[in-house]
Design a protein around this ligand. Sequence first.
Ligand code: ADP
Ligand code: MG
Length: 728
Amino acid sequence: MSMSRFNAVEKASNRKAVEAITPNEKVSEYFGENVFNRKAMKKYLSKETYKLLTEAIDSGTAIDREIANHVAAGMRMWALEKGVTHYTHWFQPLTDGTAEKHDAFVEHDGTGGMIEEFSGKLLVQQEPDASSFPSGGLRNTFEARGYSAWDPSSPAFIVDDTLCIPTVFISYTGEALDYKTPLIRSIEALNRAAADVCRYFNPEVKKVINYLGWEQEYFLVDEDLYTARPDLSLTERTLMGHESAKNQQLDDHYFGAIPSRVQEFMKDLEIESYKLGIPVKTRHNEVAPNQFELAPIYEECNLANDHNQLIMSVMKRVARRHNFRILLHEKPFAGVNGSGKHNNWSLGTDSGINLLSPGKNREENLRFITFVVNTMMAVYKHNALLKASIASANNAHRLGAHEAPPAIISIFLGTQISEILDKFENSSIEDAIQVDDKKGLSLGVGQIPELLLDNTDRNRTSPFAFTGNRFEFRAVGSSANCASGLLALNSAVADQLNQFYNCVETLCASGKPKEEAIYEVLKSYIKESKPIRFDGNGYSDEWKQEALSRGLDCETCVPLQYDAYVKPETIKMFNNVGVLSEKELYARNEVKWEIYTKKVQIEARVLGDLSLNHIIPVVIRYQTVLLDNVTKIQQLFNGSSEELTAEPLRLIKRISGHLNAVNSMVFEMVEARKKANKITDQREKALAYHDTVVPYLDKIRDHLDDLELMVDNQMWPLPKYRELLFIR
Ligand code: ADP
Ligand code: MG
């Protein structure tokens, strides 16, 4: 067994970079070549169909079967010309990742032969045999049907020989079984709410668009080293492993050049992404050794999220071509930084205004403050929900680990915006309606520097930060579906904007001028939402105390964090904006608890196996070597061996201590699991796993990591941290 570690290390160390195959054309020429985008639609659809389809996409209206038939025919022709043989409805079930079931284009032709077939019916709707996807009880087995339905707003694309059609996944009775359905609902709710408010300032605005720019962090590990670590292969994280003497203290990886093997991987990944129409823009090393980041130019939220889902699977494929494995887990290695996925979030109008960008005059800045303050209010009211929306067994290892924001949601605004809001709050209505250039507010809000973007301080410790023209939701985990957090954020902000609109309307109806009404409502919001504002060090222990006293949600237990989804105020909010029903919320929580349990269960099993079958046998062998040594010394130095055997004997005893501890704790952990497995209620079961199983993972690991430092390096069977983190 120990040979496989050294084999792996040797193979990995001698690996040469696999050169990326760079197309001859410029990026602009092959960008989107594997996407059925407007250019392809124009070529493969009739003028009439093109017009009807694009109009339906732009206005979000339904597409009838007749058009669907035409679209399907054009899509098929396009795909066949590209050598595609299969198609699939591509959807995002509640497990992380995407699902697909491939069908060949062929059908019987009725005379014993086959023809290539793809009808509008197959494009629009399918019934994947999906009874095994989690539904939280929304699909009883007697109606174990889930439908996938075409989302025309996100274009179909080709991966290998398969045409992938982005779809939503819903139950027979219309409940969402996926992430895309409620995300789209939330985008629509936000569009409506934000457009109403926006028209106070810009009456011509028809539509507000929700933008997302994600930043994806990940680790790369050589594939042989990866395969030699059962924990990485089965759980994507190392369940044991002593810290390397050197890790990220010197920050030399962050500032260093990208290693050549990785460079080629990144090039390859970028080429693949461009072909799929994903506008990737930046690549760089991250803080931890072998950690990297990739970010595209931001796009409309639904499309951007599809692109993030897609790129996570493309990354896995491309990595293998370069003899790497990708780790998207939030915390693959203890002692070095984990991986997140910052979600840059903003709102823009169809006329091109960024609603989170300070403007040039008083009116534009009042609009800016309106949207910042309402976002702040939404995050304040629903801080527990937002945390639940990004909570997972994986992300729990990262949040609060002194490298990522704590498990408390707060907002960082930076000194400039904070000062402006303070001034706003402390002004009297008389100050406010003083005449300045025209009649209206003179709060100094006209003087917000336009260059705010470059001036905002960068507070890396905040989970939700204003960064000049957008908010950055940083607590999101690297393996998550962005939609989980964004559908909560969008819904909360939409509901908040609706409330704001209603308050302003009521005041106006009672005779208040519009600007005064807006001012009055905003002022009360600034006061009320104060507890959510925190510009200090989010990693500090004082903040945890402070946050508690401010009444922010400080729950650290993931299964309990999920309770926020079914609190009355959450159910009401989601219902107000029509994004998720009470039934859906309960069902989705069942799934969340179940996934939590399963993740912990798998980790516990793997750690038990590693302990009993990989580590303990080796440790015993080493102990026997020591015992032989002691016996021989005693034989040779009969009578005067005490001093000579003191050290090996001490080591033998220490090893025995750890061995016994590991053995008995693995046994206890199995018992704890057995007990928890008897619980049928998913929430209770997840809690039992959290309370009684998780603690063993850390305790057993501590002993194993100590043993790693005692046992002969030549015998140690699993690749060590220094090998996993520094060979590339
Ligand atoms: P950072 O310093 O945080 O790495 P970047 O300039 O690399 O910032 O941008 C991070 C992400 O934010 C990118 O995906 C970028 O496209 C996105 N982004 C920039 N402006 C906006 C915006 N107005 N709305 C949404 N995302 C944005
Ligand atoms: Mg960022």
